[in-house]
Design a protein around this ligand. Structure first.
Ligand code: PEP
Ligand code: MG
Length: 583
């Protein structure tokens, strides 16, 4: 049988090779049974009640058992438990059993269909997202009704789990020692599954669309988590190739962990700070393990997302206090909520936007939802009492936005003072430079802030006018485009002249091939995914800054990205043959 290749979204790096276990969508297994006698009806209602109680116990136990790694998701279970008692599920299903005289599974499935119809006409993104929760809860009740044991309990050997979608509750139940990797039809790189898979170190590919209906139990497969690939029924040469890749990845992890604490200065002695981008408290361990010198970006979207509603000040404070304490004196740049665009559509009741990437995103949303913004600012300030915290505003396009944000910050400070709640006297305030307007006016914006952080992910998207998640224009997502290189250099210069701190935190900062060029463009502080930090530091130690400044000068005058690529390849090979000689 020929190999079938499925291309999805890279959710968590690593290679997994092994047999597949497919977790079927439970609805596909539901049978119809008509009830003739009254006692049968009573019996089905009793079965439903038992399944509801068992599901409740399951959620409560999962919440209690949840280890520190997945702590952020606990409040989701509270929401699930509330749904179990909601009349939308319980009463409707009971009524259907009584009135239509059908078995509990069939009635529950009808409830799901009715809920789907109910939500179909709703345009409010937040409310619409609740349908996913209902689906997840019904799925769990159904499993109890059909006494279906989850496949991980039946797994005879370590396997790749293939599933249509995975709820946080599913993940808690996973016996991860038996799971080699995860592949799902749905989801993307910022989904719960991706975040949890990364935190657990499981290779994962998502958004494969039809993998759960194409694969069969026992089929052999390979997951390449970094490339977002799944190979179904691979050939022996492919298996051999990926086994080598797997070994290489393991060796690489061992090697870089050993290198983590080595210094990061260039050959000519310029210090380069290498920090981490994280979104979960569970990743603090990786910051230390891989030798992070700071947290250059703490994205607050994910800790907020885990609540499925706006978190309270206390909830945000608790999360940030743990961050501050866990970093043992390293500084953390906490970014206020960067909602909108492709992120967190369900958090706000903002309705559909035709073009969300150009809509109510980042600081624009915060300014509009001032009560929430103030709560978040108070939480960040309060956390600053426990460690080194800086505040950063995302998606800033103009000085007015900074001024309003700083007024809010002052209001938050005043209110904390009135309540005698402690916070640090000096909390640096900065902005992301990720909108071209801000980059162009960087010298003016620099007057308002203590630091800049360059977000290349959005900067490239907005400069090149391409949606960073759109397959059709993916080829135009070009970090080495001359305009991007020029913007980087210009913003670095503006920051230097204004005497403010300057960091780069987009994905580009975590690509070791780009490191020497980025340093040459004038960036001396980088933050990235923790696992890549030792590798970037290794490159930094081999950079002759003066040499790479000249290369950068040449690069910003080249018309084509291919030419920049060639220039880079030539100098990398020439300057760092042991690191890039094999290219
Ligand atoms: C960026 O835009 O480069 C960035 C770091 O922020 P995010 O990816 O969270 O939008
Ligand atoms: Mg961004």
């Amino acid at each position: 049988m020929a190999t079938m290749e499925f291309k999805g979204i890279a959710a968590s790096p690593g290679v997994a090779i092994g047999p597949i276990v497919v977790l079927p969508q439970i609805q596909a297994l539901v049978n119809y049974r008509e009830l003739a006698a009254n006692w049968e009806i009573e019996w089905e209602i009793e079965r439903l009640e038992r399944a509801l109680s068992a599901t409740k116990e399951e959620f409560a136990a999962a919440r209690a058992e949840m280890d520190h790694t997945l702590n952020d998701f606990s409040s989701l279970f509270d929401a699930y438990i509330l749904l179990l008692d909601d009349k939308l599920i319980k009463q409707r299903t009971r009524l259907t059993i009584e009135k239509q005289k059908v078995n509990a599974e069939w009635a529950l499935n009808l409830t799901l269909n009715q809920a789907e119809q109910l939500f179909a006409d709703i345009t409010d993104a937040y409310i619409k997202d609740r349908f996913r929760d209902i689906m997840a809860v019904i799925d769990h009740i159904m499993r109890h009704l059909s006494e279906d044991l989850s496949p991980e309990f039946n797994m005879q050997e370590p396997s790749i789990l293939v599933v249509h979608d995975l709820t946080p509750a599913d993940i808690i139940r996973l016996n991860t020692s038996m799971i080699l990797g995860l592949a799902t039809d749905q989801g993307g790189p910022t989904s719960h599954t991706a975040i949890i898979a990364k935190a657990l170190g499981l290779p994962a590919v998502q958004g494969l669309e039809k993998i759960s209906s194409s694969a069969r139990n026992g089929d052999k497969a390979i997951i390449d988590g970094a490339k977002g690939l799944l190979l179904l029924s691979p050939s022996q040469p492919e298996i051999d190739f990926y086994q080598d890749q797997q070994i290489a990845y393991r060796l690489y992890l061992e090697k870089i962990t050993a290198l983590a604490d080595l210094p990061s200065h260039t050959l000519d002695g310029v210090q380069v700070e290498v920090g981490a981008n994280i979104e979960m408290l569970e990743e603090i361990a990786s910051v230390h393990k891989f030798g992070g010198q700071s947290v250059g970006l703490y994205r607050t979207e994910f800790s907020c997302l885990s609540f499925n509603r706006q978190p309270t000040e206390e909830e945000m404070f608790d999360n940030l206090r743990q961050l501050a304490l866990g970093l043992n004196g390293l500084s953390a740049t906490v970014r206020t909520l960067d909602i909108g665009g492709d992120k967190l559509a369900g958090f706000t009741a903002r309705g559909d936007e035709i073009n969300p990437n150009l809509g109510l995103r980042g600081i624009r949303y915060s300014i509009k939802d001032r009560p929430f913004f103030l709560r978040q600012l108070r939480a960040i300030l309060r956390a600053s009492h426990y460690g080194k915290i800086r505040i950063m505003f995302p998606m800033v396009a103009s000085a007015e936005e900074i001024i309003i944000a700083k007024q809010c910050l002052q209001e938050a400070r005043d209110s904390l003072r009135r309540q005698n709640l402690p916070f640090a006297g000096q909390v640096e305030t900065g902005i992301m430079i990720e909108v071209p307007a801000a980059a162009i006016a960087a010298d003016i914006l620099a007057r308002e802030v203590d630091f800049f952080s360059l977000g290349t992910n959005d900067l490239i998207q907005y400069s090149m006018a391409i949606d960073r998640n759109n397959e059709q224009v993916k080829a135009l997502y070009q970090p080495l485009h001359v305009s991007i290189l020029r913007i980087i250099r210009q913003v670095a210069q503006a920051a230097r002249e204004a005497g403010i701190d300057f960091n780069m935190c987009g994905e580009m900062a975590g690509n070791p091939r780009y490191t020497p060029l980025i340093l040459g463009l004038g960036v001396h502080k980088l933050s990235m995914s923790p696992v890549i930090m030792p590798r970037v530091k290794e490159v930094v130690r081999q950079v002759n800054l003066e040499y790479w400044q000249k290369v950068a000068e040449e690069a910003i005058n080249l018309a084509a990205v291919d030419q920049v690529e060639a220039l880079l390849a030539f100098h990398l090979k020439n300057q760092m043959p042991d690191l890039f000689g094999g290219e």
